[in-house]
Design a protein around this ligand. Structure first.
Ligand SMILES: Cc1ncc(COP(=O)(O)O)c(C=O)c1O
Length: 388
């Protein structure tokens, strides 16, 4: 199916001609059809209208986990200060070894990045590297960091609308794969809908993606899944060289600010991902991630708290008969019944910041699960924010 020579495969290590570097630079300044505000927000350009940080604002807009860091991670963060003069080589290796063992993989198949965002962008680089003409397939709506960056690198993004249940439409995504498709992005659970696709269905899909097309399964929210039909595809990494599974310490671990994520991949693919790395993890992030990874009590309690409050929000929305997606993440996506801006403004009047707009969902809001008292405040404000 591929017209690429083996040398230009998406699984190969970086080759950047001067011409491609220039084209890439031009693309950076061109308009980006698939660049979401969320991805841009995480760029390095200062926001001229920063959100007030210390005003008591309840921030349930960013899918963070305010229960973190875990008690053990907090201790590790403080202790890490003494390590700051040193590069974190041995700590990165030690965490990589623990992560690999937990997934039943050798250590060289885990690549730790500066957040999974870095690794998602590396995947886009791998897809763009063979040269012009490549395509990338992603759901609409989905988490835009990888597709938006792929668009900047010159890939054509084919967006495939989610199905009537706001889930990835895997049949249509598979049908959209053609000879130019370099990468398919599956976010499971999906952000912003929170929906999952069934484990078997996803396994079959991954195995059916042609060998020259990367398939990236982003499992940022996998720890929040309580649907027995859904689950990780990490075990496929052993046998599927074109699969990348992404994980992050930003969600269940509550360490978004410390920027630690990792990718799982077949050994040669893992070496390619590592070769594309632009940054090196910081010692405080690695110390916190290692401690949190081993703080099973914190992880179990946080999961219960977040799922309970997800159920409470689902129930409140259902009681009002409003359409919603079936979320398996630490956020809920629902139809407010009126313009999103009106709902956002009314919530802001109660000092609550809810999530942003998503194309095609003009009346829908994404609300992240905060602390229990923050969910209480949101639920108390909900009836007034919904009214006409
Ligand atoms: C689906 C998904 N993947 C990845 C990320 C980025 O995570 P990180 O903080 O590890 O870069 C997010 C953040 O919101 C996300 O929603």
């Amino acid at each position: 199916m591929s017209h690429d020579t083996p040398e230009s495969s998406v699984l190969e290590q970086p080759r950047l001609s001067r011409r491609r570097a220039l084209l890439g630079a031009a693309a950076l300044f061109a308009s980006v059809p698939f660049a979401g505000a969320e991805a841009q927000k995480r760029g390095h350009v200062a926001n001229p209208n920063p959100s007030p940080a210390a005003s008591g604002l309840i921030r349930i807009d960013g899918n963070e986990n305010p229960y973190g860091p875990s008690p053990k991670a907090r201790e590790a963060i403080l202790a890490s200060v003494a390590r700051a003069p040193r590069y974190a080589d041995s700590e990165v290796d030690a965490l990589g070894g623990q992560l690999a063992a937990s997934h039943g993989l050798p250590a060289n198949q885990v690549i730790i990045g500066t957040g999974s965002g870095e690794l998602l962008k590396i995947a886009a680089h791998m897809a763009a590297n063979p040269g012009p003409g490549g395509e990338l397939i992603a759901a609409v709506p989905t988490y835009e960091e990888l597709p938006a960056f792929g668009a900047r690198l010159g890939l054509t993004v084919k967006g495939i609308a989610v199905d009537a249940h706001h889930r990835h439409d895997l049949a249509r995504m598979h049908a959209a794969i053609g000879p130019q498709t370099r990468l398919v992005y599956i976010c499971n659970p999906n952000n912003p809908t929170g929906t999952v696709v069934g484990r078997t269905e996803l396994e079959d899909f991954v195995k059916a993606v042609p060998a020259q097309t990367l398939v990236v399964v982003d499992e940022a929210y996998i720890h929040l899944v309580d649907d027995a039909q859904a689950g990780s595809v990490d075990h496929l990494v052993k046998d599927v060289p074109n699969l990348l599974v992404m994980r992050t310490f930003s969600k269940i671990h509550g360490l978004a600010g410390l920027r630690v994520g990792y990718a799982l991949a077949h050994d040669k693919t893992a070496a390619t991902v590592a070769a594309w790395g632009l940054t090196y993890p910081n010692s405080t992030g690695i110390a916190a991630a290692t401690a949190s990874f081993n703080d099973h009590d914190f992880l179990a309690k946080t999961r219960v708290a977040l799922i309970n409050d997800r159920n409470r929000i689902h129930a409140a929305i259902d009681a009002r008969g409003l359409p919603r997606a079936d979320s398996q993440g630490n956020f809920v996506f629902f139809d407010t019944g009126g313009p999103l801006k009106r709902f956002q403004d009314r919530m802001l009047a109660k000092n609550i910041k809810v999530g942003r707009h998503f194309d095609g969902y003009d009346t829908w809001a994404r609300v992240s699960i905060g602390l229990k008292r923050e969910t209480d405040a949101f639920l108390a404000a909900l009836p007034g924010a919904l009214g006409a």
